[in-house]
Design a protein around this ligand. Structure first.
Ligand code: GCB
Length: 593
C-alpha cells in the first residue's frame, strides 16, 4: 500500500500534505544564452492547450509525468486531460485571452505536442523561450528540465537527449506577485502573465558559437570581436565576415574562447544614418549571421558624445503594453511607437521598466532610435536579500547577453526610484559594476530620486553610474514648481543628468482650466513649465517624459483613470494625441539649436 502511494498519480495523500513541493523544481535554474535572432529556428508558437491551476496541482501531483495506469494496468483517477483542455495562442498574455483570465494571478499549465526529426546525428537541440511571465517550470517528455525566474528575459534549455519523434512539452507559468520577486509585488504597471514571447527550437552543431560580440575598438582603431564556443572542440579558428566592407578576419579560439581586433573602418551608426552591416561568424560547422551597427558612445564631464559629437537625448518613455496584446506587442506596434516618437522629434526612447521584446532593439537599430534598456529593480525590492540580488543580476546578464550587439542600445539602467539606503547602494552599485564588466561599450545609468528635503541631486549611486537619471514630477506630485528651480540651483553634478521621467495625468479629450487636474490643458501647462526650466539647465543632457501612451495600471482607481495610468502623450490605443504631445514636438525641434 505504502509503495503504491509513492507513485506519482497514486500519491494522493502525500501530494496534498507536501508543502515544500516547489523546492525540487527550484534546483535547476535555466539561463539565457546567446542563441538569439540570427539562427534558423523552428517555431513552437501557435495553439497550445491550457489549464488554470490555481492550487498548483500540476507541480504537486506531477501531471507532467503522465502516469495513466498503475502496475496492474488499472486507470488512475486523473485531475487533468492535456489534449482536451481549452486552447490559447502562444505567444500571448493570458489576461487578454478570455475575460475570466483578465485579473488572474497564479499558475497556468501550458502544453502542446510537437514532432521532431533529427537532421544530423551530432546535432544539439535547444528549446528557447523569449519570455515567460513571471516564473516558468519546463517539462519535456515527462522530465523536468528546469525553471526560469524573471518575466522579461529569454532562456534556453538543451533537450537533445530527451527528444523523440513525437514530443510533449508542459510549461507551468506562474505570475504571482511576491515580495521577493524582481520586481516586487508593488509596481505601477499591469501584471500580465503567460508565454507571451516566441517559443522556438534551435538546432546547433555539436560544437557551436555560444556567445559573441562585435564592437568598435575602444581606442578608436577598427573593430574587435570576442567569441565563446561550447562543445567538444574548443580550439580552432572562427571567421568573421562583413561582405559590404570586403572584410574577412580570423579569430583564434583556445579553450573555447577567442578575441581579435581588425583594422576595418565601417561607417558609423547614428539616429540620422542608422547604417547596419550584414555579417556572419563561422566556427567549424556553426554559423551565425545578423546585422550590426557600429558607434561610439561616451561621457566626458557633463556631456554625452555619440561618435565624437556632443548629443542631447530627446526622448520619451514607453512601457511594453498594448490595449490589444498586453506585453505581447507585435512588431508593427513597436514600429508604430518609434514612428510616433520620431514624429515628436525624438532620437531616443527609454524602454521602462524591464527588458522589452528582443525585436525592440532590432527595430530601433534599423529605424535609428537610441535606447535606454532597464531591469525591473523597481521601487522597494528586497535589497537586503542575496537571492533577490542574484535574480536581478541574472536578469541584467540575460538582457546584456541578448542585446549587446545592438547599436541602438546606449544605456543599461540598473533600476528605478529606489530610496538611497546603504543596502540599496550596495545592491545597485554591484549591478552597475556588473553591467560595466559585461559591456564596457555602453553607459550605465539608473532612474534616481533627488533629495526631496535638501532639494539637491545627491544620490550616492551617482558615483557608480555614467549618467545620473532623475525622475521628478514638479507640477504634478510636487505642486510647488519653484522647488524645481531650487533643485537645479542647489545641484552641481559632475556627470550628465537625464530627466528620465516627468509628466502629468490627462484623460484624452478632457478639457478645462489649466489648473484642473487630469485635463489635457493641465498636462500641457505642466509640460510648458517643465520645458521652460529644463531647457535652461546646462547639465541636463536628456529628457524622456513619462510617457508615450496611457497604459494599464491596477493602482489607478479614479473614475477618470479607469485603471489606466493617464500620463501618456497619446491615448492608450494611440489614436489620440494630447496637447502636450505637440508641445514636446515643438520643443525637441528647437532644443540645442
Ligand atoms: C514614477 C514611476 C513610474 C510611474 C510614474 C507615475 O515615478 O517610475 O513607474 O508610472 O511615476 O505615473 O506615477
Amino acid at each position: 500500500m505504502k509503495e503504491k502511494m509513492e507513485k506519482p498519480a497514486g500519491n494522493f495523500l502525500e501530494n496534498i500534505h507536501k508543502e515544500d513541493y516547489l523546492a525540487p523544481y527550484q534546483t535547476k535554474k535555466l539561463k539565457g544564452l546567446m542563441l538569439s535572432g540570427s539562427r534558423d529556428k523552428e517555431s513552437l508558437n501557435g495553439v497550445w492547450h491550457f489549464g488554470i491551476d490555481q492550487y498548483d496541482n500540476c507541480l504537486r501531483a506531477k501531471f507532467f509525468e503522465e502516469n495513466y495506469y498503475d502496475d496492474m494496468g488499472r486507470a488512475y483517477p486523473l485531475d487533468y486531460s492535456f489534449d482536451t483542455w481549452e486552447t490559447i495562442q502562444v505567444p500571448s498574455c493570458w489576461n487578454l485571452a478570455s475575460e475570466y483570465l483578465f485579473l488572474y494571478e497564479g499558475s497556468l499549465v501550458y502544453t502542446r505536442k510537437f514532432r521532431y526529426q533529427r537532421h544530423d546525428k551530432n546535432e544539439r537541440v535547444f528549446l528557447r523561450f523569449g519570455g515567460a511571465a513571471y516564473v516558468a517550470y519546463v517539462f519535456v517528455n515527462q522530465k523536468f528540465v528546469g525553471f526560469h525566474e524573471g518575466a522579461s528575459t529569454p532562456f534556453e534549455v538543451e533537450v537533445t537527449e530527451l527528444l523523440r519523434d513525437e514530443n510533449r512539452i508542459v510549461v507551468v507559468v506562474n505570475n504571482t506577485r511576491k515580495r521577493t520577486n524582481v520586481p516586487c509585488e508593488n509596481t505601477d504597471w499591469f501584471n500580465y502573465g503567460g508565454l507571451y514571447r516566441d517559443v522556438e527550437i534551435l538546432r546547433v552543431p555539436e560544437t557551436f558559437i555560444k556567445d559573441f560580440s562585435v564592437t568598435l575598438n575602444p581606442d578608436g582603431n577598427g573593430i574587435r570581436a570576442t567569441v565563446k564556443v561550447d562543445g567538444v572542440i574548443g580550439n580552432g579558428t572562427a571567421m568573421l565576415k562583413i561582405s559590404e566592407l570586403d572584410f574577412a578576419g580570423e579569430i583564434n579560439i583556445t579553450d573555447g574562447k577567442g578575441e581579435a581586433s581588425f583594422l576595418v573602418k565601417p561607417k558609423l551608426w547614428s539616429p540620422e544614418n542608422p547604417k547596419l552591416y550584414d555579417y556572419s561568424l563561422e566556427y567549424l560547422e556553426d554559423k551565425v549571421s545578423d546585422r550590426i551597427g557600429f558607434r561610439e558612445i561616451k561621457v566626458v564631464g557633463t556631456d554625452i558624445y555619440l561618435n565624437g559629437e556632443p548629443i542631447l537625448l530627446k526622448g520619451i518613455c514607453a512601457h511594453e503594453d498594448s490595449v490589444f496584446n498586453g506585453k505581447a506587442v507585435t512588431e508593427a506596434e513597436i514600429r508604430e511607437n518609434y514612428r510616433l516618437a520620431k514624429e515628436m522629434n525624438c532620437n531616443y526612447m527609454r524602454l521602462a521598466h524591464y527588458p522589452h521584446s528582443e525585436q525592440a532593439a532590432i527595430i530601433a537599430d534599423e529605424m535609428g532610435i537610441m535606447l535606454w534598456e532597464e531591469i525591473p529593480v523597481y521601487w522597494a525590492i528586497e535589497f537586503e536579500n542575496e537571492a533577490v540580488y542574484d535574480n536581478a543580476e541574472n536578469q541584467l546578464t540575460e538582457l546584456i547577453t541578448r542585446d549587446k550587439n545592438r547599436a541602438s542600445v546606449i544605456i543599461w539602467s540598473v533600476g528605478n526610484e529606489n530610496v538611497d539606503t546603504d543596502v540599496r547602494l550596495h545592491f545597485m552599485s554591484r549591478l552597475a559594476k556588473k553591467a560595466k564588466a559585461l559591456d564596457p561599450a555602453r553607459l550605465v545609468s539608473a532612474a534616481c530620486l533627488y533629495d526631496g528635503e535638501a532639494l539637491v541631486i545627491n544620490d550616492r549611486l551617482s558615483e557608480f553610474i555614467d549618467i545620473i537619471g532623475i525622475n521628478e514630477y514638479f507640477g504634478w506630485y510636487q505642486p510647488d514648481f519653484s522647488q524645481l528651480i531650487r533643485l537645479f540651483e542647489n545641484s552641481k553634478p559632475t556627470k550628465p543628468v537625464v530627466i528620465c521621467e516627468t509628466g502629468a495625468d490627462a484623460r484624452s479629450y478632457h478639457r478645462g482650466p489649466k489648473d484642473d487636474l487630469m485635463t489635457e490643458d493641465n498636462q500641457l501647462y505642466v509640460y510648458q513649465r517643465q520645458i521652460e526650466v529644463l531647457s535652461q539647465i546646462p547639465y541636463v543632457k536628456g529628457i524622456s517624459p513619462w510617457i508615450l501612451f496611457d497604459f494599464r495600471c491596477p493602482r489607478r482607481l479614479h473614475s477618470l483613470q479607469n485603471y489606466l495610468n493617464l500620463k501618456g502623450l497619446l491615448s492608450a490605443d494611440k489614436s489620440h494625441k494630447k496637447l502636450a504631445f505637440y508641445a514636446m514636438k515643438e520643443f525637441f525641434a528647437r532644443w540645442g539649436e
